[in-house]
Write a protein that binds this ligand. Structure first.
Ligand code: GLN
Length: 328
């Protein structure tokens, strides 16, 4: 090796894309630091209770798992405790529909942030049954309805899809959580009726609600969830199943939607404070990706008033700030 080659390879070893220094990749150390810093804040929030079965979770659970592009896992705390993924499933179901319908999908669901809570249907009335985006409940009900048209055994398809994304690990559905949500689903049913009256829901309302609550009641731990999102940081290719899940240009659009709509009426704040593309669920999980670098899941069931996990939001803000990186 010539002197110049030596100095180039030394430079390459110490400087990573976008000017990140190699020492910034000490993920384990930074995760543990941020975890303890958040614990010291003694944050309290409310566990979701409008689905009564979700209120049985231990509010003090707190776990993190980050997976880099080589599949290395860095985790801490309750990272292997399964929890209800709830609205995080909206990303998995969207991908299943988007990769079939491509841009035709956007005739049925829009791509604008709603600036409203996930379960609001105020805009749906004015906007003639076209939901603002696929990550609020009206949008996810339309996506569920489409899955039912596109796939023969739709519920099994969703479970198999998620399981293959995380390396063929089986992902169970918590039947008690599903039943509990079905028993308290008046608001989602009202949304479904409104969609149907505008011709934007094909199937029987009971069947759509049953399928939707099935996806929401899937249980996964932080590591499984981070694995199942890694392809979104990898131009659509899953390193565990070795399959191309969706083309690169569609992957970029899914990430754009997560950035702008993934946290409902707190999406702007998440982009501002954290700067990653992500998605939350009322089970207390938050998943986020930094394309080309990692996918990360944080879990803590105590929620803020917008239905997003309090500790997770603070953790991710500290994490990207300490790392000195974000989408921007
Ligand atoms: N199943 C929940 C609901 O429909 C999901 C909400 C969420 O996670 N934000 O209300």
């Amino acid at each position: 090796m010539t002197e110049i080659q030596k100095s180039i390879s030394k430079l390459e070893a110490s400087v990573c894309p976008r000017g990140m220094k190699k020492e910034h990749f000490d993920y384990q150390h930074i995760i543990e630091d941020c975890y303890h810093a958040v614990q010291k804040m003694h944050l309290r929030g409310k566990v979701a209770s409008y689905i009564p079965e979700l209120a049985r979770v231990n509010p003090d659970l707190f776990g993190v798992s980050l997976i880099d592009m080589n599949g290395n896992t860095y985790e801490y705390g309750d990272s292997r405790v399964p929890f209800s993924i709830q609205s995080i499933s909206k990303v998995h179901t969207l991908v299943l529909v988007y990769r079939q319908l491509k841009s035709e999908l956007w005739d049925k669901v829009n791509v604008e942030p709603s600036g409203n809570p996930y379960n609001s249907f105020a805009q749906l009335e004015f906007e003639k049954g076209i939901p603002r985006n696929p990550f609020i409940n009206p949008g996810a009900l339309v996506i569920t309805d489409q899955i039912m048209s596109l796939y023969h055994d739709d519920k099994r398809t969703v479970l198999n899809f998620i399981s293959s994304l995380c390396g063929a690990e089986s992902v169970p559905v918590n039947k008690a959580v599903q039943q509990s949500e079905m028993d308290c689903s008046n608001l989602n049913r009202a949304v479904a009726y409104l969609l149907k009256s505008h011709g934007n829901l094909m199937h029987d309302i009971d069947d759509v609600i049953e399928a939707y609550t099935h996806h929401c009641a899937i249980e996964m731990d932080c590591t499984q969830l981070a694995k199942s999102f890694l392809y979104l940081a990898n131009d659509g290719r899953c390193i565990f199943s070795k399959k191309n899940i969706i083309p690169r240009n569609l992957t970029q659009r899914i990430n754009a939607l997560m950035l702008t709509c993934g946290f409902y009426d707190q999406a702007g704040e998440f982009a501002f404070r954290v700067g990653l593309a992500g998605k939350s669920g009322v089970g207390g999980g938050v998943v986020a990706v930094l394309p080309g670098h990692f996918s990360i899941t944080v879990f803590s069931p105590m929620l803020n008033e917008k239905g997003n996990s309090k500790k997770c939001m603070h953790f991710l803000e500290k994490f990207t700030t300490k790392m000195g990186i974000s989408l921007f």
